[in-house]
Ligand binder design. Structure first.
Ligand SMILES: [Zn+2]
Length: 423
């Protein structure tokens, strides 16, 4: 019952239409298809510039692509609201307390949990004057599909269609249910809980793969359970993995945040809302609630401290808003270390692609070393064998080894030894 990441690598890559500058063939990235992925492997990948869309994981090639996208994380524990974020919260409070609404009839409820949580953000924040209505946030596991998710799937898809058509000008054929699910429901992330230990107990193991009575490969002390060791006995009550956060008001679904709960962060995948409430800036509101959620989870999981907003694209003004959640860091595309955004912006102003790490001696600690390729686990015809064995038994084509060298650089040597690559 060991959880393992099983992936396929797409060696051939094309230039795609860029979603930001709209040029037809200037976007450049590498991709893997993840059948399954442990949350700790995915954490390592996003800390190397990867991101997922459904089960497809991709890493933009920052020095080649037209609009370089830097992984951005907000330090949720030190978060400070800006003036405009406070304004947005005030507007929502006003709306909820009925001041800004014509139909004031049923806007009477007990003090909203949402204010408490946002006050938790550690800033003095003007509380609503009257008893506000409450926006209830419901955390629903989407992979594997929970009963709560299945019960609200149709409604969620309808909200998504409304949002995509109104806000992004999509045509209905672009937001069909299968496409929606592929993008925002399917996930390779394995459901992992902290409370329940592995049947074998914690510790270091050899996992042996046998074929014809011969051990082909033994995983040495895999760190699959390391989350449990690092994270004390108590993890997030929901467990780790992929979820929707549904925002409900008066039995109406207002918005949905698609998130991953990972060992070190809450990672935002997407956010969509009812365009009838466009004036409320629900996108920003959602990010603030997700920061508050991250802080709450931190009280249970001390390692979980960050809120990942995905990619920060400096060359695209529309995408700069992701830099408005302070304090935040950008990931250096060469050394994969984090730097405060204020420190990076002058570099990005002078060149869209920039190494963010100023220290010329600083290196990528997971840059592959000679021979690392031999330790890539390969899934071949129902068995898992190390590349060095696979090479002897199955194929030593040059193409294969060049492809794997590239793959190794992209995922890094640590992760390459964890992910089982299907050939
Ligand atoms: Zn572009």
């Amino acid at each position: 019952m060991m959880s393992v990441s099983i992936i396929e690598y797409y060696a051939e890559h094309e230039r795609y239409k860029c979603g930001y500058c709209k040029k037809p063939d200037t976007s450049y990235s590498h991709g893997i298809w993840a059948h399954t992925m442990t949350v700790s492997d995915y954490q390592d990948l996003i800390d190397r510039g990867w991101r997922r869309s459904g089960k497809y994981c991709y890493k933009p090639t920052l020095d080649v692509t037209c609009c370089p996208s830097y992984t951005i994380r907000c330090k949720a524990l030190d978060f400070k609201l800006t003036k405009s974020q406070k304004k947005i919260l005030k507007r929502i409070n006003k709306f909820l307390s009925g001041e800004a609404e014509q139909d004031k009839d049923e806007r009477r409820m007990s003090t909203s949990q949402s204010y408490e949580q946002i006050e938790n953000l550690g800033e003095q924040f003007v509380a609503p004057k009257q008893d506000p209505q409450m926006i209830n946030i419901k955390l629903v596991r989407t992979t594997p599909p929970s009963g709560e998710w299945l019960a609200s799937a149709k409604q969620t898809h309808e909200l998504y269609v409304k949002y995509q058509m109104k806000v992004h000008g999509d045509t209905p054929d672009k937001c069909t249910e299968p496409k929606f699910k592929e993008f925002l429901v399917h996930s390779p992330l394995l459901e992992e809980h902290s409370e329940v230990g592995p049947p074998s107990g914690y510790g270091s193991f050899h996992q042996q793969y046998w074929l014809d009575g011969k051990i082909l490969y033994a995983f040495k002390s895999r760190n699959i359970w390391s989350i449990k060791e690092e994270h004390s006995e108590v993890g997030p009550p929901s467990g780790y993995g992929s979820f929707h956060q549904q925002y409900w008001l008066d039995g109406k679904m207002l918005a949905v945040g698609v998130i991953d709960i990972l060992p070190k962060c809450v990672s935002s995948v997407y956010f969509f809302y009812d365009p009838d409430y466009m004036h409320l800036n629900l996108g920003t509101y959602g990010a603030l609630r997700e920061i508050a959620f991250t802080r709450n989870l931190h009280t249970l999981c001390p390692e979980l401290k960050y809120y990942y907003l995905g990619f920060y694209i400096h060359s695209c003004c529309k995408m700069r808003y992701k830099g408005n959640f302070h304090p935040s860091d950008l990931l250096c595309p060469e050394t994969f270390k984090w730097f405060p955004i204020e420190y990076c912006l002058p570099k990005l102003n002078s060149s869209p692609y920039s190494r963010l790490d100023n220290d010329i001696d600083s290196v990528d600690e997971n840059y592959p070393k000679q021979g690392d390729i031999n330790f890539i686990p390969i899934h071949y015809k129902g068995s898992v064998l190390l590349y060095k064995v696979y090479k002897k038994k199955v194929s030593k084509s040059r193409r294969n080894s060049e492809e794997l060298d590239e793959y190794l650089r992209l995922v890094g040597s640590k992760t390459a030894k964890n992910l089982v690559l299907v050939r």
